[in-house]
Design a protein. Structure first.
Lengths: 584, 200
């Protein structure tokens, strides 16, 4: 590719052809402000904050979407450019409610930060707020169109990254708003609750439903025995809210913070992941080695993916693993096995899950299978962002907490296989480690399946177990799944060999480490770092295969019998059904 | 890395599947599935694989029904293999597309400068009293819908309004009842007959 030589603010710069002014400026440590731009998405120049001057050009150029040209002389900052940018911000503020103190994005808002950086001290334009109702019908994410700056990130994410099309620009001009089609609410729309819109929104227009107060209230209730579990991806991301580098492994500090908050027992979703693998790998062996059930087997631990499948790909129901997701398994085991062991009334156990995910909030009440303990198995699911807020409001000095705090081993001990669930490819890798053992009764010499790791949208590989070939596919970021499913459908139609034997799907880019409930500001670099933190945790675990987890073995001996037993099916499995795209 | 999702072609679902969903979309709206006229279906077939087909088809739908009924939008989504959200993005962007069933007769009152000065606003107010429909609404009996336009190009006749395209100039409040009476209860237009398959 050709190199382009040009100048920014008098400095000579050489970049590859096609590089935008914005990227080129970043290379030489110049920050051009942006609002609608997001590195996950193609630039579409909606907001106009990134304008720069080019010598000889009469108009200002948008740095986010203009590729540099040979010999260009770019000026990124002068009083006139700064004034234009400030005017753009002032115009946005003229339609934006002025209630930062009560806003869920207070101190975490890109518009607030821009206003601060540009020293906006007055609002020269008349305030014209759009009086639009808040939509909280999904139970997971809340849409407040009044706060929307119409940057379009959420709609682009929903349409291009996730292929869901729940959100679109509706109307035009000053009446434009972000909403589902046909005047339905988000809850009635195709929304899969992945929350990527909320993770990409620069302001407080789309955010997770906050349930921290309910949890604090339960913690204050002396009749309640509050227990908690943390998902794999939480431990490598929660630190970002306290100044740690993305990917810093903070399991001990997180346990310690939760104990300090008053939880009676700390469990770990990684234990549930090990349990999920015992069931799911057994299911795979049943289908693959014994021919009972349809192939490929498709993973089901991502609730946004489950919702997507039920709405967009119901023909895949027979292929879905019936195993519940890890935190639901921990939930039901807490209210049955743990309750019995500790002599507790399950009605008095309050189970909180800390998840990188907004869809888990929907999952906890998804179907009657989520009540298999007799109660709602998980009472409340919080996002990583909510956990960080709770730690702060509880006055916990997170950074200085001990690193060696442990969880309650009964539903807490985990293997390396459990912890990698939080990264794309991790469920597949964990399942293969145990499936190998189940088929061969031997242990793997090298447990690392490098082909399934990394951020490629679709990863395909063929694994050889004792001469038998297993074709696998790993997809994440929902727009990548249809190509995989189309191959499955084509093979089904041709009545031949299945296209794959085993497929893992996670709705968010990078898997749960890039989840919709994770701290703001994730891009591919952050996702890679978080995943690296999990693989580090995996390497440092004594046991790296789920079937080697002594607590998992114990729970089968004491309570569940064996994987896929009647008891295991009752508590650890669930059903799926086709759902309409639009419920109204 | 972002490559697989950029192109619009990859954003749509397989046709058969989309069809399946649209059926559901329809059955859950508790209305009957619309029977599109053979000519509309033929038009959609003709445009199915052409770029820019959506607007063409929606124009044709509006021509036939005088608005874009939701059930028909669902059907078009299925036949053209596009998400419903995309259709609503288009029909809410262009003022020409109507989302609600209009009255049987269209009244357009001119509020260009000349008509405004000569009493266009009085005509609108009188209309509200007479038929119970203000600007951008439909009269309760479904006979008339009223909209405001900017200059019909015959300022010499101000104030002006049109009903179903017919121009009435130099109009006074006192003449309005007689003009409206000509349309009240008049036979349905051909477009309306087509639209009867769709409930709203």
């Amino acid at each position: 590719m050709k190199n382009i030589k040009f100048e920014i603010n008098g400095k000579a710069v050489t970049v590859k052809e096609g590089t935008t002014i914005l990227k080129a400026a970043q290379k030489v440590n110049i920050k051009v402000p942006t609002l609608c731009f997001h590195p996950d998405l193609p630039a579409w120049a909606a907001c106009g904050i990134c304008v720069v001057k080019a010598e000889g050009s009469g108009k200002m150029l948008r740095a986010c979407s203009t590729p540099v040209e040979e010999g260009m002389k770019i000026l990124t900052h002068d009083p006139e450019i700064i004034q234009v940018r400030r005017t753009v911000i002032e115009l946005i503020l003229s339609t934006h409610p002025n209630d930062c103190l009560q806003c869920p994005r207070n101190l975490n808002c890109e518009l607030q930060r821009l206003a601060a950086e540009f020293g906006v001290r007055e609002l020269p334009f008349e305030q014209r707020l759009r009086n639009l109702p808040v939509d909280n019908t999904t139970g997971s994410i809340v849409l407040n169109p009044e706060k929307c700056v119409l940057c379009g990130r959420c709609a682009k994410v929903c349409q291009q990254m996730q292929n869901v099309w729940a959100l679109e620009f509706i109307g035009r001009g000053e009446k434009t708003r972000i909403a589902p089609a046909a005047d339905v609410s988000l809850g009635e729309s195709p929304c899969i609750k992945c929350g990527q819109c909320s993770a990409h929104c620069p302001v407080g227009a789309i955010y997770e439903k906050d349930e921290t107060r309910e949890v604090f209230r339960a913690l204050q209730n002396p009749d309640m025995h509050c227990v908690v579990q943390i998902a794999p991806a939480v431990r490598v991301a929660v630190g970002e809210a306290f100044g740690f580098e993305p990917g810093t492994l903070l399991t001990g500090k997180t346990y310690a913070a939760l104990r300090q908050m008053g939880f009676k027992a700390i469990f770990d979703t990684n234990f549930g992941a090990d349990l999920t693998i015992m069931e799911e790998a057994s299911e795979f062996v049943e289908r693959f080695a014994r021919g009972h059930g349809e192939l490929p087997l498709i993973t089901s631990c991502c609730p946004a993916w489950v919702d997507y499948m039920e709405k967009f790909a119901p023909d895949m129901v027979p292929n879905f693993s019936s195993a519940k997701s890890p935190h639901e398994m921990v939930g039901v085991m807490a209210k049955t096995y743990y309750a019995k062991k500790m002599g507790l009334d399950p009605k008095k156990i309050f189970m909180v899950s800390i998840m990188p995910c907004t869809a888990k909030k929907y999952e906890v009440g998804r179907s009657k299978d989520m009540f298999s303990s007799g109660q709602q198995d998980v009472d409340i699911s919080l996002t990583t962002r909510e956990l960080a807020r709770m730690i702060k409001s509880a006055g916990i000095d997170f950074a200085n907490l001990p690193d060696d705090e442990t969880c309650d081993s009964i539903l807490g001990n985990y293997t390396g296989a459990g912890t990698i669930f939080g990264a794309t490819g991790g469920v597949m890798e964990a399942a293969l480690r145990t499936a190998y053992h189940m088929v061969t009764h031997k242990e793997l010499e090298d447990v690392n399946f490098m082909a399934v790791r990394g951020l490629d949208g679709v990863k395909e590989a063929t694994i050889n177990i004792e001469g038998k070939e297993i074709r696998i596919a790993v997809a994440h970021w929902m727009c990548n799944i249809e190509t995989v499913l189309d191959r499955v459908r084509a093979a089904k139609k041709a009545n031949g060999e299945p296209a794959y034997h085993f497929i893992e799907v996670m709705a968010c880019r990078g898997g749960c480490v890039g989840g919709g409930g994770q701290p703001y500001g994730a891009d591919d670099e952050v996702r890679r770092k978080r995943a690296a933190g999990l693989y580090k945790d995996d390497r440092e675990c004594g046991a790296r295969c789920s079937h080697q987890n002594p607590q998992v073995q114990q729970i089968y001996t004491d309570f569940l019998g064996s994987p896929l037993s009647q008891q295991a099916h009752h508590y650890l499995h669930n059903k799926y059904q086709a759902k309409p795209l639009y419920r109204k | 890395m972002i490559a697989p999702c950029g192109a619009e072609a990859q954003v749509v679902l397989p046709g058969a599947l989309r069809a399946e969903q649209s059926k559901e979309c329809m059955t859950t709206t508790s209305t009957t599935e619309p029977i599109l006229s053979p000519s509309l279906l033929a038009f959609i077939q003709q445009w199915k694989d052409k770029p820019g087909n959506l607007i063409m088809v929606l124009h044709r739908v509006q021509q036939e029904y005088r608005y874009v009924p939701r059930e028909v939008a669902c059907k078009v989504a299925e036949l053209l293999d596009v998400p419903l959200a995309k259709i609503y993005g288009v029909i809410t962007f262009y003022h020409l597309f109507k989302l609600k069933k209009p009255g049987r007769h269209q009244i357009a009152v001119c509020m260009g400068t000349a008509c405004y000065l000569k009493g266009g606003e009085d005509l609108i107010k009188e209309m509200e009293t007479l038929i119970g429909a203000g600007v951008n609404t439909v009269s309760p009996d479904g006979e008339f819908s009223v909209e405001v336009v900017r200059c019909l190009g015959c300022c010499g006749l101000a104030p002006v309004l049109t009903i179903d395209g017919e121009v009435y100039g130099n109009l006074t409040k006192a003449q309005l009842p007689d003009v409206l009476a000509k349309y009240q209860g008049a036979p349905a237009t051909p477009a309306e007959v087509n639209a009867q398959g769709v409930s709203t």
